[in-house]
Ligand binder design. Structure first.
Ligand SMILES: *Cc1c(COP(=O)(O)O)cnc(C)c1O
Length: 430
């Protein structure tokens, strides 16, 4: 029986590690080291020439992090992965790996706030234009692609609106134009949705959220499907097909073939920009990842019950949760996610003074924690209009799809009765 046939529940516990041959350690050891000794000068030279496999320096690779990379790659069905310091590092490097000044990408406009800011402001300051399209309309992406387009980008399930993207439709458009599809799969996690099976080429994650799952460690990861034909599109992807000046002239598509993208991500953006994950965080994320399927089962069950409760509540105007049959993306939840919509629920309060009502609701919560994060075992609440989106006026809020009285919940794994009781008493305070 080989790893290739294992189900996600088994991969989450075992992929990428068997008891260490030297120590027989059953838990993945924390290799808290910066460097790795060379046997002799020749060994060091061979490592740098990529002639032999081995560790050099923890900014580039680390045995604890390597297990995390192998495990997430196995869960997503990719050929390799690169773990990084945070989700934002993974998002940034996934694009910087194939773009330079003068290039563009085409992205869905409904995005995690940090990603939106990176795309709308920071990448353009570096000369990379981001063209925004409507996730509900795949044709709107196609219209924006030109000879300088290097990728299509989207979130499989958007944070905070829980909207679901038609990944097969975007993959078809991307491939017809010779560009890869990059998908942020943070919200569903590979347990609910595997974008590569639906045509995505590159998957990124904030491992900070459901993969780690306990709100204790930042981390990000890029997974390479190994399927995008970089060598077929030589003119568009020069950096993968021509000698890399910053890595002694290696031509990635020739040296490592299908793994060209992920090998360059490690040896150029990570090596030169330096957003490495700490071995301790890799360990903690691995610890959390083992129970991803169990946590996700409970999270989805709780979230579905809470969304249905909120939908029937007199003080709630609208519930945004694609697990509800009334949600416009519900068909995609059935088609791509086995009918389960993960743990992010947003809802609009009916009260006429939306901003104040949202704040009152949030202040009345006793069990849900008030903070900005998602994907924890603990249930979390956030009132965007007074926190993450407080700089926006009513018009800009509307553009972002956020009402003044909107509350975002990230549902944890507590008992459903305790969660419902807390929501009930907080809604009574509105
Ligand atoms: C949180 C998040 C990120 C960024 O992750 P960090 O680890 O906080 O840098 C990116 N994408 C999505 C969808 C997120 O929820």
């Amino acid at each position: 029986m080989s790893q290739a046939n294992w189900k996600p529940e088994t991969l989450a516990v075992h992929a990428g590690y068997s008891p260490d041959p030297t120590t027989k350690s059953v838990a993945v050891p924390i290799y808290q080291t910066v460097s790795y000794a060379f046997d002799d000068t020749q060994h060091g030279a061979d490592l740098f020439d990529l002639k032999v496999a081995g560790n050099i320096y923890t900014r580039l690779m680390n045995p604890t992090t390597d297990v995390l990379e192998q495990r997430v790659a196995a869960l997503e069905g990719g050929i390799g992965a690169l773990a990084l310091a945070s989700g934002m590092t993974a998002v940034s490097y996934s694009i910087q790996n194939i773009t330079e000044a003068g290039d563009n990408i085409v992205s869905a406009a409904t995005l995690y706030g940090g990603t939106y800011t990176l795309f709308a402001h920071t990448l353009p300051q570096m000369g990379v234009e981001v063209r925004f399209a409507d996730y509900r309309d795949p044709a709107s992406f196609e219209k924006l692609i030109d000879a300088k387009t290097k990728a299509i980008y989207c979130e499989s399930v958007g944070n905070p609106l829980g909207n679901v993207t038609d990944i097969p439709a975007l993959a078809e458009i991307a491939h017809r134009h010779g560009v890869p599809l990059i998908v942020d799969n943070t919200v569903p996690s590979p347990y609910l949705l595997r974008p590569i099976e639906h045509g995505a080429d590159i998957v990124v994650h904030a491992a900070t959220k459901y993969i780690g799952g306990h709100g204790n460690s930042l981390g990000g990861i890029i997974v390479d499907s190994g399927k995008f034909p970089w060598a077929t599109h030589k003119a568009r992807f020069k950096r993968l097909n021509e000698p890399e000046v910053s890595y002694h002239g290696v031509v990635y598509t020739e040296a490592v073939g299908a793994a060209a993208y992920i090998a360059r991500a490690r040896t150029v953006p990570l090596r030169n920009l330096g957003g490495a994950i700490s071995p301790m965080n890799s360990f903690l994320l691995l610890q959390g990842l083992q129970t991803l399927p169990l946590r996700m089962d409970r999270t989805c069950e709780n979230a579905q019950a809470i969304a249905e409760y909120l939908q029937g509540h007199a003080k709630v105007a609208k519930v945004h949760y694609a697990g509800l049959p009334s949600h416009p993306d519900h068909d995609k939840v059935k088609r791509l996610m086995g009918g389960r919509a993960s743990g992010i629920i947003s809802f609009d309060l009916k009260a006429s003074d939306g901003r104040a009502a949202g704040a009152r609701f949030q202040d009345a919560l006793k069990l849900f924690l008030r903070l900005v994060n998602i994907g924890d075992t603990k249930s979390l609440a956030c009132h965007p209009a007074s926190t993450t989106h407080r700089q926006l006026d009513a018009a800009d809020l509307a553009k972002a799809g956020v009402s003044e009285g909107m509350v975002r919940l990230s549902i944890g794994i507590e008992h459903i009765n305790d969660l419902l009781a807390d929501l009930e008493q907080a809604l009574a305070a509105v």
